[in-house]
Write a protein that binds this ligand. Structure first.
Ligand code: DX5
Ligand code: ZN
Length: 215
């Protein structure tokens, strides 16, 4: 099981320092890119990834909540992103998958809480990461939507049946008290923003989330 602190909840004015605080315990860093159109919030993009890249060797797991991800993929790759995740709600993602791979990054596909598992099932053999949203995208600090765990279970079965090399990541509202539910349902990677960077000791919070998930 892996832990991915979401830097959306870090202090952007002290980003390298906040990342350094969790570096020993994080398995990857989750980077939320929001464009103010796909979601009603605006966050960060390739320039910040480029600034962060020299400060960490962690996998930079970029979650693209934008209307036109295709226009940003080369920028993310040039900036040093390791993976880009796009949303199924935008339509057939295959062209984006090809671009992400051609740019040397890992391919992620995400689905919103209201989107059924069937929408992503046809693409499982073409991706590295399935990102199951457990809040509606746009903001950190929202409550966990437990109903999405049924989709995690369905994904776990589908991936295991075919022995596909796809990791299941969950994102939104993950805290110490619910991490075990996600892992029991079959999650491989726990994203947590406010659950980690909102804590007095982010590294300790990340350790506790991992421990809670492995119980
Ligand atoms: C929401 C983002 C999440 C967010 C999670 O749109 O995709 O990655 O940072 O934040 P928490 O863990 O606070 O719910
Ligand atoms: Zn995210």
């Amino acid at each position: 099981m892996k832990v991915a602190p979401s830097i959306l909840a870090a202090d952007f004015a002290n980003l390298a320092a906040d990342v350094a605080r969790v570096a020993d315990v994080a398995d990857l860093l989750h980077v939320d890119c929001m464009d103010g159109h796909y979601v009603p919030n605006l966050s960060i993009g390739p320039p910040v990834v480029k600034s962060l890249r020299p400060h960490t060797d962690l996998f930079l797991d970029c979650h693209l909540m934008v209307d036109n991800p295709g226009t940003l993929l080369a920028g993310f790759a040039d900036a040093g992103a390791d993976g880009c995740t796009v949303h199924i709600e935008l339509g057939d993602p295959r062209v984006l998958f090809d671009e992400i791979r051609a740019l040397g990054m890992r391919v992620g596909l995400s689905l919103e809480p209201q989107t059924p598992f069937d929408a992503v099932a046809p693409y499982l053999a073409e991706i590295d990461l399935l990102l199951v949203m457990s809040v509606h995208t746009g903001f950190g600090g929202q409550p966990f939507i437990a109903e999405v765990l049924d989709k995690v279970r369905a994904a776990r079965v589908a991936i295991d049946e075919r022995a596909l090399p796809v990791e299941i990541e969950i994102d939104g509202g993950i805290k110490i008290d619910n991490a075990h539910l996600a892992v029991e349902a079959g999650v491989d990677i726990l994203v947590s923003g406010t659950g980690i960077f909102g804590a007095d000791d982010p590294a300790e919070a990340a350790r506790e989330i991992r421990a809670a998930g492995t119980k």
